[in-house]
Design a protein around this ligand. Sequence first.
Ligand SMILES: Nc1ncnc2c1ncn2[C@@H]1O[C@H](COP(=O)(O)OP(=O)(O)OP(=O)(O)O)[C@@H](O)[C@H]1O
Ligand SMILES: [Mg+2]
Length: 743
Amino acid sequence: MKILELPVPEQVKEVLLQLGISELFPPQEDTIRAGVLEGKNIVLASPTASGKTLIAELCSLKHVLEKNGKVIYLAPLRALASEKFEEFKKYTTIKKADGRKVSVGVSTGDFDTADNWLQRYDIIVTTNEKADSLLRHRAKWMDDISLVIADEVHLLNDAGRGPTLEVVLARLMQVNPDIQVLALSATIGNVDEIASWLNAKFIVTEWRPVTLKEGIVLNDEIQYKDGGARKIEKKTHIPTVNLVLNTIKSGGQALVFASTRKNSVSAAKTVAQHTGDALSKPMKRTLEHEAEKILSSGERTQISENLAEFVRCGVAFHHAGLAGAHRKIIEDAFKEGKIKVLTATPTLAFGVNLPARMVIIQDYRRFEPGYGNYPISVLDYKQMAGRAGRPKYDKVGESVLIAKTSDEADYLMEGYVMAKPERIWSRLGVEKIIRGHVLATVASDFAHSEEGIYEFFSRTFYAYQYDVKAIKGIIGKILKSLYEEEMIDLSGDNIYATKFGKRTSDLYIDPLSAVVIRNALKNEPANITDFGLLHLISHTPDMGPVMRPYARECDVLALQLEQHRDELFVDPPNEWDDHLTYEQFLGEIKTAVVMKNWIEEISEEKLIEQFNVQPGDLYRTIENAKWLLHATDELAALFGAKEILPLTNELVERVSKGIKKELLPIVHLEGIGRVRGRIIFHAGYRTIEDIKHASIEELANLPTIGPRLAKKIKEQVGGFVKKDEWEKLDTEQEFKQKALGDF
Ligand SMILES: Nc1ncnc2c1ncn2[C@@H]1O[C@H](COP(=O)(O)OP(=O)(O)OP(=O)(O)O)[C@@H](O)[C@H]1O
Ligand SMILES: [Mg+2]
């Protein structure tokens, strides 16, 4: 089917034709014929790169331009949300009937707000969690949504993201019974079930526009699915390095999947040691420029320095711990062909379009605390493999798993390459997950009776797969405990949320965390300190698994516990009564100690080394701590704990930046974090006023600052930058760089 024949406004066709898209791919044609443009609910399950997004785009524009509608696009991950946002932007030149242009917005951040500014957009791209929190805030504009697109809907199976997604879909269908649902999925074992739950038709195809050759690497040979094989030149004894060098030599780029953030960094390091010879001089100069960009934007940390070092060799790592600015530079540079090899955690496995001719999956196992090592699902494998061979970039793609023995090669061939993806199952039926949603159902006025709550949950995928009776027992138990904790109350037969319940739900924290915090606020220690608060939040379930205390650390941590005993909001358990609980408590103390060191400006490397924590755990803890301190601050305000407020307020800032109090005035500037903040402070600029009086040259000469950032700083403080003064500094630096690049 030709684009020109489509029943969509002419301007949409023009945009597509200009991009060289003139004909639909077969799965797209099937979906159009199934009535997606006439408002039918559809689940489209087709292979990676088969063009599912275009269907979402056409359907969205149909709503915006012809139905006066509004669209929400649910993306499971931030990286995907920003890519889809960029893709939708191409339509923002089109005018609507009211003369205004089509507008697209993206929102993935902060959960504690109704984001009313989103109201003015026609198409809103967001993560599942953000959509859930918007629904809790009852953002008014959400009632106007006429189309919801659930991308990567197979992630219903994901224990972390799945339950949120099904609650969001169930709520949107409840709020707006006429809403059209378009769900996009990988091929899975039970598309029919998802479709029947969503009251939708389903389309399943096996078609892919670009051939994807899947295989297994053993020693120096790739064995392909179709029986073929190919030798790879054995330049080193590391298969990943050989594969990468081979790909670069043939003019391609490679994407390496590692199982953890730490492994993604070490893979980048290993690869970067070998790629130097494969890069031309001009390319090296270009990369030097990219490295400088990384160092001069965002915070300068051990991570950004490593990243810049690898980028000079055409290699980068990509994981959720990277600063947004750095992630963007890396993604763009990879897409532009400057970075040749990207080593990534599975956050890049879903939906994104990258120029990866070769995908290398280093490890088919994952580690999860409490579970140990387990093999990934076929579904996850297919998603990673599917990043190779994207029609925009390559004519053919290859994906390989690395085997160490021939037995393992057989296992991988059968268990992944030849295997069919699994069925997916709802992960909602767990008390810990449901309790927040039960509270939200009442607090955000979705239901005010026990029956109403059951009615809501009967709309979920869980109820579809297992029958709502299966969770009635859990819901009853949750309601009882929410009542006992004074989060909900009764007025006649009517269940309503108390202020405490409503605030908890809006803060997007687990009700149990809120109870821990509320109880602590009622039971203040003799001495209110940073440490006590940091321990308190570490004691809540939302902190996730606390940092594990090693046997050799226990004595020191026990000592810390004693030293801080009069600062703790929570009574420590007795070591001899319950050893496990006591050990867990020491883990919380450890988490608080690490956070305390973090805000005393101890370097990341030192924290990682001294406390034996993984960088990923450190960042996750910082993120959670920030959020929970904000929640503590809000709950302290609600319960009138005034003496705590100044401290919680200040701690939110200090934890998010990792700084002592004295740096607070200056770290608000963009590009200034803990390291540069300290350098500027030491140089005698302690306030914004001080910086206003500094000359650009003085700032530029400080270590790690340089002319570009100095200019940015001066502009932010409202200082005037003379053009010639800055240009002179910048040319001097460029000159220095060029000289370096040539030698
Ligand atoms: N009809 C078409 N003609 C040419 N190119 C197309 C067409 N439809 C889509 N594409 C291109 O195909 C690429 C892959 O599309 P898309 O990202 O939608 O895949 P997908 O099916 O969502 O894959 P995944 O399951 O990996 O998310 C995009 O770069 C897109 O521009
Ligand atoms: Mg997609």
